[in-house]
Design a protein around this ligand. Structure first.
Ligand code: ATP
Ligand code: MG
Ligand code: FE
Length: 341
């Protein structure tokens, strides 16, 4: 079975061809960083237009790279949400058109399921159930991945996502967009102990994340004029890392049947974050699995792979899926103070 995947939920247009045994035959990713940089963040209308301009030629390019035709594809998968609805619609409608033209099934994939199952694309030995920390620009969640389509959310953020905090702190520090990688680079030359910053909810009995107070404290540190940019970046990164490790430790204890600790999402590209989470896994005798960096941030291989997993599990695609700006993997655990998806 060969699946053509399309991703367009945020600011990456991506197309990939993935086989049932997890080989990525061809893949293209076009980032819109240049388009959004002047605005310091993703502008939804610009994003939708850029997806619309790029997705068609990228589908053709990926098929050409693999030396295949649309008729060689057995199914089409496109992100149906959550995300910026204009962009999601571009990718989903493109997927529908291709599936219709090829007379093949169309899978509307939950972007978060793509992130959640992406580690199995590179670590086929990874068994259910596993504990997933999904840390990205829009999400910060701990999820018990019990099987394909069986997700139990253990924790989410009550305010900002971790990646969002990285992006906002980068803006405060004048480091530009996208913020996460810029903060990580700046932090290399800083002292993580130089700026006293809070660790919201550290050691708390509730399972959730919070980063708003940390962000405000960073703003105060910036405004005080007392600290150098690298020191603030390093101290902020250390605080986020401590919070992620602490909340994850709590979840590991709450999920004794977990076979592994898995991390996915853009913030999982951060080396300090990865190292701290690996330490948590080691402390609890669990294997630590983090996908390679390009599979951590938004990509289409994970979207095609999520459809492959559903096909292998004997599931059927939802007929005529619609774009969903909000689409939680699991509705059973609403955040305490009701923010985010
Ligand atoms: P979602 O998947 O929740 O819809 P998204 O698509 O914006 O959100 P991703 O593409 O998975 O998320 O990740 C992007 C986020 O990851 C951004 O917030 C970015 O700042 C952050 N990020 C990327 N690289 C790093 C890094 N090296 N360190 C910290 N954060 C990073
Ligand atoms: Mg992005
Ligand atoms: Fe994402």
């Amino acid at each position: 079975t060969l699946v053509l995947g399309i991703e367009s939920s945020c600011d990456e247009t991506a197309v990939a061809l993935v086989t049932a045994d997890g080989r990525v035959l061809a893949e293209r990713i076009a980032s819109q960083e240049a388009e959004h940089r002047p605005f310091g963040g993703v502008v939804p209308e610009l994003a939708a237009r850029a997806h619309a301009e790029r997705v068609g030629p990228m589908v053709q390019a990926v098929l050409a790279d693999a030396g295949l035709a649309l008729s060689d594809v057995d199914a089409v998968a496109a992100t149906a949400g959550p995300g910026l609805v204009g962009g999601v619609m571009v990718g989903l409608v493109t997927g529908k058109a291709l599936a219709f033209a090829a007379d093949k099934p169309l899978w509307g994939v939950n972007h978060l399921e793509g992130h959640a199952l992406s580690p199995r694309l590179v670590a086929p030995e990874l068994q259910f159930p596993y504990l997933l920390l999904l840390v990205s620009g829009g999400h910060c969640q701990l999820i018990a991945v019990e099987g394909v389509g069986a997700y139990r959310r253990l924790a989410t953020t009550i305010d900002d996502a971790a990646g969002e905090a990285f992006d906002k702190v980068a803006k405060m520090l004048g480091l530009g967009f996208p913020g996460g990688p810029a903060v990580e680079i700046a932090a290399q030359h800083g002292d993580p102990k130089s700026v006293p910053l809070p660790r919201p909810l550290l050691g708390s009995g509730e399972p959730h994340f919070s980063f708003a107070g940390l962000k405000t404290a960073v703003l105060r540190a910036v405004d005080s004029g007392r600290y150098a940019v690298p020191d603030i970046a390093a101290s902020f990164q250390a605080a986020v890392t401590d919070c992620l490790a602490d909340r994850t430790t709590r979840a590991v204890r709450a999920m004794p049947d977990a076979t592994a600790l898995v991390v996915a999402g853009g913030v999982a590209a951060n080396k300090a974050v990865r190292a701290a989470l690996e330490a948590v896994a080691v402390q609890h005798g669990l294997p630590f699995i983090a996908p390679p960096l390009k599979l951590c941030t938004d990509n289409a291989a994970m979207i095609a792979w999520a459809a492959q997993e559903r096909i292998a599990a004997g599931l059927a695609p939802e007929p005529d899926p619609q774009a969903r700006p909000r689409w939680p993997l699991d509705l059973s655990a609403e955040p305490v103070r009701g923010a985010g998806v």
